[in-house]
Design a protein around this ligand. Sequence first.
Ligand SMILES: [Zn+2]
Length: 363
Amino acid sequence: MPILGTFQKHIEELGFAMKLKRETMRQPARTLKPRNVSTKMAYAFLLLVTALGMSACGTENPAPQRIPKAVFIIVDGIPADVVERTATPNLDAISSVGGYTRAHVGGAIGEETESPTVSAVGYMSLITGTWSNKHNVRDNQVNDPDYRYWDIFRIAKSHDPALQTAIFSTWTDNRTKLLGDGKESAGGKKLDYAFDGFELDTDRFPHDEDGNYILDIDALVVDEAARYIGASGPDLSWVYLEHTDSIGHRYGDSQEQTDAVVQMDAQVGAIWASIQARQENHDEDWLLVVTTDHGRDAETGRDHGGQSERERTTWIVTNSDRLNANFKDLPAVVDILPSIATHLHLGIPGEIRDQLEGQSFID
Ligand SMILES: [Zn+2]
């Protein structure tokens, strides 16, 4: 949109959150909210001067800050002890510029926030920053999610509808049920690009007994995530890979599980390579967060859902070099949303922020 067109649009929206063109000023919305009419007028004048200045002599403006971007990857059901004892050179490369930590899911045992260590419950806790007592996802059926607790994509689109969002997923319900994308009660359309639905396409991916179709779909999903992120640089993306959980249920603690983690590491590496290429060729500041949704039982490594330490213990790998003390203090899955919001400078409406259970591990 031309700058003056942007200006005119914003003038028409006076009284609402006023955002300068985001490439030139990506500050939290809350700092831009006019407090009264005279402040609004001052902002309008400032915006006019800025717009005219940019039109007349763009080179005289200060260099824009790097545009923040974020990708979070959930790799399913990998206990912390497994990822720690398996050779994962790509995760190591990412954590060498950021960090690795053990983390947890499951809420507080015996309290209101206690949440099953079940996949969809964990995903929903990540994307809403709340536990199951609030988001109301308590199993993989996802019958009645409570969309009053906004997900990170809704927060992003509320902050700035121009932010580009994407999902690459081996489980379609992440988009259709957990995010409720397109549902009015969940904030309407929030995803600009979706690459999923393949597990529902049994012609293309016949559901073989060994579950190899899941690995095939993961590979497809990763290829597209790496390609699309590299080509388009969406502002916020979610990648979900399932094979590691499928293998865990089948073989438990085993060489097969280790092999699946090695494959996962290579897949994450493909996305990390795309992110690095973006950072080399564009003025962008990328956050990558890789995590898992639950551990597995200590006895067999096949099951999960309970509150044992191994089931509750997860891990986080990130490239962020702005990690604070919370990162090393066994952060929770609900800390990821505030961390992404911090990196993207997202303004969160007060009533949504007040419901968040976590805190950012990024300053
Ligand atoms: Zn899972």
